[in-house]
Design a protein around this ligand. Structure first.
Ligand code: PMP
Length: 394
Protein backbone atom coordinates (compact mmCIF):
# COMPACT_ATOMS: atom_id res chain seq x y z
CA UNK A 1 0.00 0.00 0.00
CA UNK A 2 2.68 2.50 0.95
CA UNK A 3 5.37 1.43 -1.55
CA UNK A 4 5.12 4.71 -3.42
CA UNK A 5 5.68 6.85 -0.34
CA UNK A 6 8.95 8.73 -0.62
CA UNK A 7 11.38 9.00 2.28
CA UNK A 8 11.33 12.31 4.16
CA UNK A 9 14.74 13.92 3.72
CA UNK A 10 14.56 15.08 7.34
CA UNK A 11 15.50 18.45 8.68
CA UNK A 12 19.19 19.31 8.32
CA UNK A 13 19.22 21.04 11.73
CA UNK A 14 17.68 18.06 13.52
CA UNK A 15 20.05 15.68 11.73
CA UNK A 16 23.00 17.78 12.87
CA UNK A 17 21.68 17.64 16.43
CA UNK A 18 21.59 13.86 16.29
CA UNK A 19 25.19 13.91 15.09
CA UNK A 20 26.08 16.22 17.99
CA UNK A 21 24.40 13.90 20.52
CA UNK A 22 26.43 10.96 19.18
CA UNK A 23 29.75 12.90 19.25
CA UNK A 24 31.85 11.43 22.10
CA UNK A 25 34.11 14.52 22.56
CA UNK A 26 33.40 16.02 26.00
CA UNK A 27 34.27 19.59 24.93
CA UNK A 28 31.81 19.66 22.01
CA UNK A 29 29.62 22.78 21.69
CA UNK A 30 26.29 22.93 19.88
CA UNK A 31 25.50 26.30 18.30
CA UNK A 32 23.22 24.89 15.61
CA UNK A 33 20.00 24.77 17.60
CA UNK A 34 17.15 27.30 17.80
CA UNK A 35 16.56 27.43 21.54
CA UNK A 36 17.77 29.69 24.33
CA UNK A 37 19.99 27.97 26.91
CA UNK A 38 21.06 29.50 30.21
CA UNK A 39 24.70 29.71 31.26
CA UNK A 40 24.39 26.16 32.68
CA UNK A 41 23.44 25.03 29.16
CA UNK A 42 19.86 24.17 30.04
CA UNK A 43 16.51 25.40 28.73
CA UNK A 44 15.48 27.56 31.70
CA UNK A 45 12.30 27.03 33.67
CA UNK A 46 11.37 30.65 34.26
CA UNK A 47 10.48 31.46 37.88
CA UNK A 48 7.24 33.20 36.87
CA UNK A 49 6.21 30.12 34.87
CA UNK A 50 7.01 27.78 37.78
CA UNK A 51 5.02 29.98 40.18
CA UNK A 52 2.00 30.06 37.85
CA UNK A 53 2.18 26.28 37.45
CA UNK A 54 2.18 25.87 41.21
CA UNK A 55 -0.89 28.09 41.51
CA UNK A 56 -2.69 26.14 38.85
CA UNK A 57 -1.78 22.81 40.49
CA UNK A 58 -3.41 23.99 43.69
CA UNK A 59 -6.69 24.94 42.05
CA UNK A 60 -8.95 22.21 40.70
CA UNK A 61 -9.00 22.18 36.92
CA UNK A 62 -11.04 19.63 35.02
CA UNK A 63 -10.13 19.33 31.33
CA UNK A 64 -12.94 20.69 29.19
CA UNK A 65 -12.39 21.67 25.57
CA UNK A 66 -11.34 25.26 25.06
CA UNK A 67 -13.39 27.25 22.53
CA UNK A 68 -12.07 27.13 18.93
CA UNK A 69 -10.54 30.59 19.41
CA UNK A 70 -8.82 29.57 22.64
CA UNK A 71 -8.80 30.85 26.22
CA UNK A 72 -10.33 34.37 26.37
CA UNK A 73 -7.89 35.75 28.98
CA UNK A 74 -4.92 34.43 26.99
CA UNK A 75 -6.24 36.00 23.79
CA UNK A 76 -6.72 39.40 25.41
CA UNK A 77 -3.25 39.34 26.98
CA UNK A 78 -1.63 38.16 23.75
CA UNK A 79 -3.19 40.96 21.76
CA UNK A 80 -2.09 43.57 24.28
CA UNK A 81 1.47 42.21 24.39
CA UNK A 82 1.83 42.64 20.63
CA UNK A 83 -0.28 45.76 19.95
CA UNK A 84 -0.27 47.56 23.30
CA UNK A 85 -3.61 48.99 24.37
CA UNK A 86 -4.56 50.42 21.00
CA UNK A 87 -7.16 49.17 18.47
CA UNK A 88 -8.48 46.32 20.67
CA UNK A 89 -11.91 46.60 19.09
CA UNK A 90 -10.74 45.83 15.58
CA UNK A 91 -8.13 43.10 16.12
CA UNK A 92 -9.22 39.48 15.80
CA UNK A 93 -6.98 37.26 17.98
CA UNK A 94 -7.05 33.50 18.35
CA UNK A 95 -4.86 31.16 20.39
CA UNK A 96 -2.70 28.87 18.26
CA UNK A 97 -0.26 25.97 18.53
CA UNK A 98 2.89 28.06 18.76
CA UNK A 99 3.98 30.56 16.14
CA UNK A 100 3.95 27.73 13.58
CA UNK A 101 0.26 27.10 14.24
CA UNK A 102 -0.47 30.81 13.85
CA UNK A 103 1.29 30.86 10.48
CA UNK A 104 -0.60 27.74 9.38
CA UNK A 105 -4.06 28.97 10.40
CA UNK A 106 -3.25 32.38 8.90
CA UNK A 107 -2.07 30.75 5.67
CA UNK A 108 -5.26 28.63 5.39
CA UNK A 109 -7.41 31.69 6.07
CA UNK A 110 -5.55 33.70 3.41
CA UNK A 111 -5.69 30.90 0.83
CA UNK A 112 -9.45 30.67 1.29
CA UNK A 113 -10.07 34.41 0.86
CA UNK A 114 -7.11 35.59 -1.26
CA UNK A 115 -6.66 32.57 -3.53
CA UNK A 116 -4.84 34.48 -6.29
CA UNK A 117 -2.26 36.13 -4.04
CA UNK A 118 1.38 35.08 -3.94
CA UNK A 119 3.45 34.99 -0.75
CA UNK A 120 6.86 36.67 -0.50
CA UNK A 121 9.41 35.75 2.15
CA UNK A 122 12.83 37.23 2.90
CA UNK A 123 15.97 35.77 1.32
CA UNK A 124 16.99 33.98 3.50
CA UNK A 125 14.25 33.11 5.98
CA UNK A 126 13.19 30.51 8.51
CA UNK A 127 12.84 27.43 6.28
CA UNK A 128 9.39 26.52 7.50
CA UNK A 129 7.89 29.72 6.08
CA UNK A 130 8.20 28.12 2.66
CA UNK A 131 6.90 24.81 4.01
CA UNK A 132 3.83 26.31 5.69
CA UNK A 133 2.76 28.74 2.97
CA UNK A 134 3.64 26.28 0.20
CA UNK A 135 1.71 23.59 2.09
CA UNK A 136 -1.35 25.85 2.23
CA UNK A 137 -1.25 26.00 -1.59
CA UNK A 138 0.56 29.30 -2.15
CA UNK A 139 3.25 30.05 -4.66
CA UNK A 140 6.12 31.35 -2.50
CA UNK A 141 8.78 33.74 -3.79
CA UNK A 142 11.59 35.64 -2.09
CA UNK A 143 12.52 39.32 -1.79
CA UNK A 144 16.15 40.44 -1.25
CA UNK A 145 16.95 40.87 2.43
CA UNK A 146 20.47 40.17 3.63
CA UNK A 147 23.49 42.21 2.65
CA UNK A 148 26.64 40.17 3.22
CA UNK A 149 28.88 43.21 2.87
CA UNK A 150 27.31 45.25 5.69
CA UNK A 151 25.87 42.30 7.67
CA UNK A 152 22.64 44.31 7.64
CA UNK A 153 19.49 44.55 5.57
CA UNK A 154 19.75 45.18 1.81
CA UNK A 155 17.05 47.75 2.33
CA UNK A 156 17.04 49.47 -1.07
CA UNK A 157 16.88 46.15 -2.91
CA UNK A 158 14.13 44.98 -0.57
CA UNK A 159 12.07 48.13 -1.16
CA UNK A 160 12.46 47.99 -4.95
CA UNK A 161 11.36 44.37 -4.98
CA UNK A 162 8.29 45.12 -2.87
CA UNK A 163 7.45 48.16 -4.99
CA UNK A 164 7.20 45.87 -8.02
CA UNK A 165 4.62 43.51 -6.47
CA UNK A 166 0.94 43.55 -7.44
CA UNK A 167 -1.65 44.77 -4.93
CA UNK A 168 -2.97 42.04 -2.64
CA UNK A 169 0.25 40.00 -2.56
CA UNK A 170 1.29 38.83 0.90
CA UNK A 171 4.65 39.83 2.38
CA UNK A 172 6.01 37.90 5.35
CA UNK A 173 8.08 40.17 7.61
CA UNK A 174 10.13 39.26 10.69
CA UNK A 175 9.16 41.90 13.25
CA UNK A 176 12.44 41.54 15.19
CA UNK A 177 15.48 39.28 15.65
CA UNK A 178 15.40 37.98 12.08
CA UNK A 179 15.93 34.23 11.77
CA UNK A 180 18.46 33.25 10.47
CA UNK A 181 20.47 36.47 10.01
CA UNK A 182 19.88 38.58 13.14
CA UNK A 183 19.70 41.62 10.82
CA UNK A 184 16.69 43.86 11.46
CA UNK A 185 15.25 47.01 9.93
CA UNK A 186 15.61 50.16 12.04
CA UNK A 187 12.59 52.29 12.93
CA UNK A 188 13.15 54.72 10.06
CA UNK A 189 13.29 51.84 7.61
CA UNK A 190 10.06 50.35 9.02
CA UNK A 191 8.40 53.74 8.50
CA UNK A 192 9.54 53.85 4.87
CA UNK A 193 8.47 50.27 4.31
CA UNK A 194 5.02 50.99 5.76
CA UNK A 195 4.51 53.70 3.14
CA UNK A 196 5.43 51.32 0.32
CA UNK A 197 3.13 48.60 1.68
CA UNK A 198 0.33 51.14 1.95
CA UNK A 199 0.92 52.63 -1.51
CA UNK A 200 1.13 49.24 -3.21
CA UNK A 201 -1.79 47.71 -1.28
CA UNK A 202 0.29 44.76 -0.08
CA UNK A 203 -0.84 42.56 2.81
CA UNK A 204 1.87 42.21 5.49
CA UNK A 205 2.03 39.07 7.61
CA UNK A 206 4.35 39.74 10.56
CA UNK A 207 6.11 36.87 12.29
CA UNK A 208 7.20 37.75 15.84
CA UNK A 209 8.79 34.68 17.42
CA UNK A 210 11.37 36.54 19.56
CA UNK A 211 9.53 39.44 21.20
CA UNK A 212 11.67 40.68 24.09
CA UNK A 213 14.89 39.10 22.76
CA UNK A 214 15.96 42.20 20.81
CA UNK A 215 15.54 45.57 22.53
CA UNK A 216 12.50 45.02 24.76
CA UNK A 217 8.87 43.94 24.65
CA UNK A 218 7.40 47.17 23.25
CA UNK A 219 10.51 48.05 21.18
CA UNK A 220 10.46 44.69 19.39
CA UNK A 221 6.80 45.21 18.44
CA UNK A 222 7.50 48.67 16.99
CA UNK A 223 6.89 47.73 13.36
CA UNK A 224 3.58 46.00 14.06
CA UNK A 225 2.31 48.86 16.22
CA UNK A 226 3.39 51.42 13.64
CA UNK A 227 1.66 49.62 10.75
CA UNK A 228 -1.50 49.17 12.87
CA UNK A 229 -1.43 52.86 13.75
CA UNK A 230 -1.51 53.64 10.02
CA UNK A 231 -4.58 51.39 9.67
CA UNK A 232 -2.74 49.02 7.35
CA UNK A 233 -4.61 45.68 7.32
CA UNK A 234 -2.19 43.05 8.62
CA UNK A 235 -1.71 39.64 10.18
CA UNK A 236 0.64 38.69 13.01
CA UNK A 237 1.87 35.27 14.13
CA UNK A 238 3.20 35.60 17.68
CA UNK A 239 4.93 32.93 19.73
CA UNK A 240 5.71 32.38 23.41
CA UNK A 241 8.05 29.45 22.77
CA UNK A 242 11.19 31.53 23.32
CA UNK A 243 10.15 34.41 25.59
CA UNK A 244 8.40 32.09 28.08
CA UNK A 245 10.79 29.16 27.39
CA UNK A 246 7.62 27.08 26.98
CA UNK A 247 8.51 25.39 23.70
CA UNK A 248 6.71 22.08 24.12
CA UNK A 249 3.41 23.51 25.33
CA UNK A 250 2.88 25.08 21.89
CA UNK A 251 1.73 28.58 22.78
CA UNK A 252 1.16 31.23 20.16
CA UNK A 253 -1.47 33.54 18.74
CA UNK A 254 -2.73 34.76 15.38
CA UNK A 255 -3.90 38.36 15.14
CA UNK A 256 -5.65 40.06 12.23
CA UNK A 257 -5.92 43.84 12.34
CA UNK A 258 -9.14 44.79 10.55
CA UNK A 259 -10.90 47.96 9.41
CA UNK A 260 -13.46 48.05 12.21
CA UNK A 261 -15.28 45.94 14.81
CA UNK A 262 -17.78 44.48 12.31
CA UNK A 263 -15.03 43.29 9.96
CA UNK A 264 -13.16 41.89 12.94
CA UNK A 265 -16.20 39.74 13.89
CA UNK A 266 -16.43 38.30 10.39
CA UNK A 267 -12.70 37.61 10.16
CA UNK A 268 -12.72 36.07 13.63
CA UNK A 269 -15.44 33.65 12.53
CA UNK A 270 -13.38 32.57 9.52
CA UNK A 271 -10.26 32.08 11.66
CA UNK A 272 -12.31 29.80 13.89
CA UNK A 273 -13.51 27.94 10.83
CA UNK A 274 -9.87 27.39 9.81
CA UNK A 275 -9.08 26.11 13.32
CA UNK A 276 -12.08 23.76 13.25
CA UNK A 277 -10.86 22.20 10.01
CA UNK A 278 -7.32 21.75 11.34
CA UNK A 279 -7.57 20.60 14.97
CA UNK A 280 -10.93 21.83 16.37
CA UNK A 281 -9.57 23.67 19.40
CA UNK A 282 -6.19 24.43 20.99
CA UNK A 283 -4.63 22.82 24.09
CA UNK A 284 -5.32 24.46 27.44
CA UNK A 285 -2.38 23.99 29.79
CA UNK A 286 0.24 26.38 28.42
CA UNK A 287 -2.37 29.06 27.75
CA UNK A 288 -3.52 28.89 31.40
CA UNK A 289 0.09 29.25 32.58
CA UNK A 290 0.75 32.27 30.36
CA UNK A 291 -2.55 33.99 31.14
CA UNK A 292 -1.86 33.50 34.86
CA UNK A 293 1.54 35.20 34.53
CA UNK A 294 0.40 38.08 32.31
CA UNK A 295 -2.73 38.88 34.33
CA UNK A 296 -0.95 39.00 37.68
CA UNK A 297 1.02 42.17 38.32
CA UNK A 298 3.70 40.51 40.40
CA UNK A 299 4.22 37.45 38.18
CA UNK A 300 4.26 39.68 35.14
CA UNK A 301 6.96 41.89 36.63
CA UNK A 302 8.96 38.77 37.48
CA UNK A 303 8.59 37.45 33.94
CA UNK A 304 9.65 40.77 32.42
CA UNK A 305 12.73 40.85 34.66
CA UNK A 306 13.64 37.27 33.76
CA UNK A 307 13.16 37.99 30.06
CA UNK A 308 15.32 41.10 30.44
CA UNK A 309 18.07 38.96 31.99
CA UNK A 310 17.91 36.53 29.08
CA UNK A 311 18.23 39.43 26.63
CA UNK A 312 21.19 40.83 28.55
CA UNK A 313 22.89 37.43 28.58
CA UNK A 314 22.68 37.22 24.81
CA UNK A 315 24.08 40.74 24.42
CA UNK A 316 26.87 39.93 26.87
CA UNK A 317 27.82 36.77 24.98
CA UNK A 318 27.89 38.75 21.74
CA UNK A 319 30.27 41.36 23.15
CA UNK A 320 32.53 38.79 24.87
CA UNK A 321 32.85 36.76 21.68
CA UNK A 322 33.44 39.92 19.65
CA UNK A 323 36.19 41.09 22.04
CA UNK A 324 37.98 37.73 21.92
CA UNK A 325 37.77 37.42 18.16
CA UNK A 326 39.04 40.97 17.63
CA UNK A 327 41.92 40.37 20.04
CA UNK A 328 42.96 37.15 18.33
CA UNK A 329 42.44 38.25 14.73
CA UNK A 330 42.65 42.08 14.63
CA UNK A 331 42.00 42.37 10.87
CA UNK A 332 38.94 40.11 10.94
CA UNK A 333 35.44 41.37 10.23
CA UNK A 334 33.32 40.34 13.18
CA UNK A 335 31.07 43.37 13.17
CA UNK A 336 28.07 41.13 12.55
CA UNK A 337 28.12 40.28 16.27
CA UNK A 338 27.58 43.94 17.10
CA UNK A 339 25.04 44.96 14.47
CA UNK A 340 22.85 41.85 14.55
CA UNK A 341 20.54 40.93 17.40
CA UNK A 342 18.54 38.17 18.99
CA UNK A 343 19.51 34.53 19.21
CA UNK A 344 21.20 34.31 15.82
CA UNK A 345 23.96 35.81 13.74
CA UNK A 346 25.22 35.05 10.27
CA UNK A 347 28.98 34.41 10.53
CA UNK A 348 29.57 34.42 6.79
CA UNK A 349 32.01 31.52 7.27
CA UNK A 350 32.29 29.32 4.17
CA UNK A 351 31.01 25.73 4.37
CA UNK A 352 34.56 24.25 4.49
CA UNK A 353 35.29 26.27 7.61
CA UNK A 354 31.96 25.30 9.21
CA UNK A 355 32.81 21.64 8.58
CA UNK A 356 36.29 22.09 10.03
CA UNK A 357 34.79 23.74 13.11
CA UNK A 358 32.67 20.65 13.61
CA UNK A 359 35.10 17.91 12.61
CA UNK A 360 38.29 19.31 14.14
CA UNK A 361 37.02 21.41 17.06
CA UNK A 362 33.62 19.91 17.95
CA UNK A 363 31.87 23.27 17.41
CA UNK A 364 28.57 22.69 15.58
CA UNK A 365 27.04 25.38 13.35
CA UNK A 366 24.56 24.82 10.52
CA UNK A 367 26.11 25.03 7.07
CA UNK A 368 24.47 28.35 6.17
CA UNK A 369 26.86 29.85 8.74
CA UNK A 370 24.10 30.78 11.20
CA UNK A 371 25.30 30.65 14.79
CA UNK A 372 22.95 30.43 17.78
CA UNK A 373 24.55 32.75 20.33
CA UNK A 374 21.72 32.03 22.77
CA UNK A 375 23.13 28.52 23.14
CA UNK A 376 26.67 29.68 24.02
CA UNK A 377 27.74 29.79 27.68
CA UNK A 378 30.34 32.25 28.96
CA UNK A 379 32.68 29.28 29.51
CA UNK A 380 32.25 28.39 25.83
CA UNK A 381 33.25 31.80 24.46
CA UNK A 382 37.04 31.27 24.62
CA UNK A 383 37.11 27.81 22.98
CA UNK A 384 34.67 28.94 20.26
CA UNK A 385 36.70 32.09 19.52
CA UNK A 386 39.93 30.04 19.36
CA UNK A 387 38.34 27.47 17.05
CA UNK A 388 36.90 30.14 14.76
CA UNK A 389 40.20 31.95 14.45
CA UNK A 390 42.01 28.68 13.74
CA UNK A 391 39.69 27.66 10.92
CA UNK A 392 39.85 31.17 9.48
CA UNK A 393 43.63 31.39 9.47
CA UNK A 394 44.96 27.84 8.86
N1 PMP B 1 8.92 31.94 13.13
C1 PMP B 1 10.25 32.00 13.28
C2 PMP B 1 11.00 33.06 12.56
C3 PMP B 1 10.90 31.09 14.10
O1 PMP B 1 12.23 31.16 14.22
C4 PMP B 1 10.14 30.11 14.77
C5 PMP B 1 10.75 29.11 15.70
N2 PMP B 1 12.02 28.79 15.58
C6 PMP B 1 8.77 30.08 14.58
C7 PMP B 1 8.18 31.01 13.76
C8 PMP B 1 7.90 29.04 15.22
O2 PMP B 1 7.68 29.19 16.54
P1 PMP B 1 7.01 28.05 17.40
O3 PMP B 1 8.12 27.18 17.89
O4 PMP B 1 6.32 28.79 18.47
O5 PMP B 1 6.07 27.29 16.52
Amino acid sequence: MFQHVEAFAGDPILTLNEQFAADPRPAKINLSIGVYLNDEQRIPLMGAVAAAEERLAQSFHPHPYLPMAGLPAYRAQSRALVFGDAHAERIATIQTLGGSGALKVGADFLKAWFPQARVWVSDPTWDNHKGIFGGAGFEVGTYPYYDRATHGVAFDAMLSALRALPAGDIVVLHACCHNPTGADLNQQQWRELALVVQERGLLPFFDIAYQGFGDGIAEDAFAIRHFAQLNIPLLVASSYSKNFAIYGERCGALHVSCKDAAEMQTVSGQLQSAVRKNYSSPPAYGARVIATVLEDQQLRAQWEAELGAMRQRMKQIRSELLAQLQAQLPGGDFDYLRVQQGMFSFTGLPVEQIRKLRDVHGVYLIESGRVCLAALSSAGVAPVARAMVQVMTV
